[in-house]
Design a binder for this molecule. Sequence first.
Ligand SMILES: [Zn+2]
Length: 339
Amino acid sequence: MAKENMTPNSEDEVLSFLEKEDLKYGKNTNAPIETKKVEPVNGLGQAVSLPPTSTVSGANDNYWKNIPLENLPSRGMFYAEGSELTIRAATVSEIRHWSTIDESDILDIDDKLNFIIEKCTRFKIKGGQSWLTWRDIVEVDRLYIIFIIHEITFPEGQNELSTKMECTQTCSEDGAWSDDVKVKSNMLQLFEMPEEINQWYSSQYRCFEVVSSKLNETFYLYMPTIGVIERLRKRISEAKSQSKTIDKSFIKVAPYLVQDWSKFGQPEYSTLQSETFSWHLNKFTFVTKFAELMQGSRESAITTVCPKCGSNLSSSIFSSDSFTIKDLFLISGRLNELI
Ligand SMILES: [Zn+2]
């Protein structure tokens, strides 16, 4: 897991869910949460319109590629039956926007990732008229989808990303094997469902159904979507701008309590927060531990197999021996490789 080499963020108000994201991108910027978040330019109707023509990768013009949901880090377990996710290559105008990314600002990284997801994905229920939006995509799937978009944007390997991998065994004549390895989306390890939690997964409801005879209650927990995280960030930033105290114990569990991001405004945030105060202590503890287990199951690793000895190797995605997030859509080679 990425957190090992990171210094914990000392900023008091940086909250665990969002903090984990910072670590994922190898950032520890103490970025203030109250930084204004730029609203995405386009609304929800975006997914329906036809894509502009790509001049980056001629082979993929107007080409929407289906992503099998079972390949996603979430294995598609939280999407409605028959959901269909298609992606296309990023265009020059999108890459221009990406090029302004400020890699020291976690909120800007978040915005730019969402921008690419918004522009380059279509999400719908197969055969139906019912369009989902990019905000309905589960957040743990986001980086994987970004990688696939990167791959189809540069189909001839014009922007290969590589990372230094090293075997932990002394497995070749001159010591441990190490090499620069080209990174492919299927090498990413981003999330593994905790075994302890699996028992509450409901394939019918596409979420977690917790039936407690002890508490005489059934409640539901959800996999956080991009939309829920976006709304939660907004709620936190509003609360901070009004000098309200942030209830950290609530923020930690909130992403798992909201089913529909579109119904998570300020009133709902307050209602839900006060509701948690009436919970039985066991329920509060359960949900807190649930959130911790889920957070602990997020990774940002690249995995490969040592060609000499077959050991499974893993390294952090945005480590110092690796590429940065900006390199995903900006060719990272030297100038003369470009022309
Ligand atoms: Zn080895």
